[in-house]
Design a protein around this ligand. Structure first.
Ligand code: SAH
Ligand code: SF4
Length: 402
């Protein structure tokens, strides 16, 4: 993306947190590209590559099956017994290079939540979070290392953008999670990974073409891809309108989540700086087009911040914008992040906010705070920032989720 917000982030008076208002890098500096991997390629390209290596085309399909159906990755070569020993190194070098190495795994919620810190080929650190629920297992993935959007309440945004991830680096987080779930590494025994949410580090639609390539690999039937249903994949965006429109036409009926956080431009300008480029009305117009074209209910994300955006008038204003639409509101109690003094809304105010939305017939849930005590919850992923419970507030009971 090459757009600019035009001016450095200027936060409005009482809502201003103690985050330095410095310009953040919006465009990644040129860097060496991650190694090419089969998840970056179409089936035809994988086969061509195998042939160019002097192998039969079907060898590419065999490697894809190991990856997408057995969740085998670089380092699991011995398990791929159907590949002739002599061809294995050359095929795996070309199609299955090591992309992400776990640097640290943290668990919480009695073993039902795992956060993995990954080191990429160039030393860049990113995070993904695997969460088990009674009825499903969800992985929250990163689409960029860091983020250039500068939302002041988000730990990822505070560090700026390091670089875009490749399609395979995104898919690899999902395949690793599917493997961990299948091997029973989460509490409760083996599970099938059912859902993917692009709610980790980064703004997925600022890495549009790559994210779409990753979505295709995630939703293509096994063994060409991971075989997930598009509706169980959620792409969350800060509201990059032209990219929402492109996604509308992409023929991938994934669930779209729009991070609104305020019904009025005045407040949203400070909470979501990109609002100065694409204000609330434009973002919602694009969201409704998405809902009409795909038939998919759009999710509106709203982080409830005490005394900042949780007033009854704002609940009513939000209800006015959403009433009668194909929409679901996901309220996220603000998760604590370093350097920001804002707090989650008091329970009483949160309940009133929910009540006012529901009164207007708007489906509304409050997301749980999964992973909060290992800084794995929404907006807490910062990879190399110190983490810990020191800024935490008393926990809440589990509720709706991602
Ligand atoms: N960049 C995308 C997706 C990643 S963030 C986006 O902004 O939508 C995923 C969700 O977490 C977004 O709704 C984001 O606004 C929210 N979020 C960020 N920081 C948060 C925090 N500290 N507490 C609660 N939610 C937060
Ligand atoms: Fe980026 Fe999303 Fe965080 Fe905003 S909330 S800084 S868009 S990751």
């Amino acid at each position: 993306m090459t757009w600019h917000t035009g001016r450095a982030m200027a936060l409005s008076s009482s809502a201003a947190p103690s985050v330095p208002a410095r310009p953040l890098p919006l465009v990644a500096a040129p860097r060496p590209r991650p190694p090419r991997h089969l998840a970056d390629l179409t089936t035809a390209q994988r086969r061509e590559l195998a042939v160019s290596l002097g192998e039969p085309a079907f060898r590419a399909d065999q490697v894809a099956r190991h990856y997408f159906a057995r969740y085998l990755r670089a380092g699991d070569a011995e398990a791929m017994t159907d590949l002739p020993a002599a061809s294995r190194p050359v095929l795996l070098d070309a199609l299955l290079p090591a992309l992400l190495t776990p640097a640290k795994v943290m668990t919480c919620d009695a073993g039902a939540t795992h956060k993995t810190l990954w080191r990429a080929f160039d030393g860049v650190l990113i995070e993904s979070v695997l969460m088990r629920y009674p009825d499903r297992a969800t992985v929250c993935v990163s689409s960029q290392a860091g983020c250039g959007m500068g939302c002041p309440f988000c730990a990822t945004g505070q560090g700026g953008l390091t670089r875009n991830l490749s399609a395979a680096e995104i898919v690899e987080q999902v395949v690793a999670a599917a493997g961990a779930a299948a091997r029973g590494e989460l509490a409760g025994g083996p599970a099938r990974l059912s859902n993917v949410v692009f709610m980790g580090m980064g703004e997925p639609l600022a890495n549009y073409a790559t994210v779409v390539a990753a979505l295709r690999a995630l939703t293509a039937p096994q063994p060409e891809g991971l075989g997930l249903s598009a509706r169980s994949v959620t792409v969350s965006t800060v509201g990059l309108v032209p990219a929402i429109r492109r996604l509308t036409g992409a023929g991938l009926p994934v669930t779209l989540a729009v991070s609104l956080h305020a019904p009025d431009d005045e407040l949203r300008d400070s909470l979501v700086p990109v609002n100065r480029r694409w204000p609330v009305a434009e973002v919602l117009a694009a969201a409704w087009e998405y809902a009409e074209t795909t038939g998919r209910r759009v999710s509106v994300e709203y982080a409830l911040i005490d005394d900042v955006n949780d007033q009854p008038e704002r609940a009513d204003a939000l209800a006015g914008l959403l009433a009668g639409r194909l929409v679901h509101v996901n309220l996220i109690p603000l998760n604590p992040t370093r350097g920001v003094s804002w707090q989650a809304s008091e329970r009483r105010r949160e309940r009133e906010f929910v009540r006012r939305l529901r009164l207007r017939g708007i489906a509304t849930t409050v997301r749980d705070t999964r992973g909060r005590d290992i800084a794995a919850a929404c907006g807490q992923l910062a990879a190399d920032a110190p983490t810990g419970p020191d800024t935490d507030r008393p926990d809440r009971s589990a509720r709706a989720d991602r």
